[in-house]
Write a new protein. Structure first.
Length: 139
């Protein structure tokens, strides 16, 4: 289940995101939709990277009844990338959510041997979504 904190006017298809979540976990996910400025501040504070980004993931301690973690998504990135690539904001949000969820589940495309890309590709096909972050960057 997703606990949504939408700090923007972006419409969110919670049903789709909950369906994606339930593919992997029954744990709760905190999903924060925020502005470009706020995600930049979070990126600087927690990752020491002074720039905006599209999605951040933070895992929680693995304890009974605790949420899996938080996914923070920039509404500006969702809307601009959807417009640039010619698909819906719902599709782009789902792609970023999948990317963040896979990080919460322990996948890391920066150090793995393509496992995260393969998992994303499987989910993209399963949910009939356009190309994802990793896949469009593999190009």
């Amino acid at each position: 289940m997703i606990e949504l904190d939408n700090k923007t006017s972006l419409n969110v298809d919670e049903q789709l995101l909950n369906t994606i979540t339930n593919t992997f976990t029954k744990k709760e996910i905190e999903l924060i939709i925020t502005t470009e400025d706020e995600i930049k501040n979070i990126n600087k504070q927690y990752r020491d990277i002074d720039k905006s980004t599209d999605v951040l993931s933070f895992t929680y301690a693995d304890m009974p009844m605790s949420p899996l973690g938080s996914i923070i998504i920039s509404s500006w990135h969702v809307e601009s990338k959807a417009k640039e690539l010619g698909h819906t904001s719902d599709d782009e949000l789902a792609l970023l959510y999948i990317h963040g969820l896979l990080h919460l589940l322990g996948f890391d495309h920066e150090v793995d041997n393509g496992e995260m890309r393969k998992e994303e590709a499987k989910l993209i096909e399963q949910f009939n979504l356009p190309k994802s972050l990793i896949i469009r960057n593999d190009g």
